[in-house]
Design a protein around this ligand. Structure first.
Ligand code: ZN
Ligand code: ZN
Length: 114
């Protein structure tokens, strides 16, 4: 039987990611999203790629008259603080008090005590 050139078990154990170690697509959103690699470089790439989008979405906010006003989505994901969105948020908070506690502690971390 011929040796299988693709069977390199030692390498697979040390490198449990979807892409080969020296693949040039590591560290790209493509490596993470399309090729399924979860190495540090690919995770860094996808977060660097996604974070500006989330930041931009929040910075842009929601235009007046948009249907997302008055929803928790508008408040949480779009950072809108209009009356309708604040009201939607407080309605949701009242319904899920536990989620609210964790939300406020992560969103507004208390200042470090010396
Ligand atoms: Zn990778
Ligand atoms: Zn709003």
């Amino acid at each position: 039987m011929l040796p299988d050139p693709f069977k390199v078990p030692e390498v697979v154990e040390q490198w449990p990611y979807a892409l080969p170690r020296h693949d040039s697509r590591h560290g790209t959103p493509n490596g993470y999203g399309n090729l399924g690699c979860r190495c540090d470089d690919c995770c860094d790439a996808i977060s660097a790629y996604q974070v500006p989008q989330a930041r931009k979405r929040r910075a842009d906010g929601i235009p007046p008259g948009d249907h997302r006003h008055g929803t928790d989505n508008g408040y949480t994901n779009y950072g809108c603080r209009c009356d309708a969105c604040c009201e939607a948020r407080s309605r949701k908070v009242k319904r899920t008090p536990q989620a609210d506690t964790s939300d406020t502690t992560t969103a507004q971390a208390p200042a470090l005590v010396n």
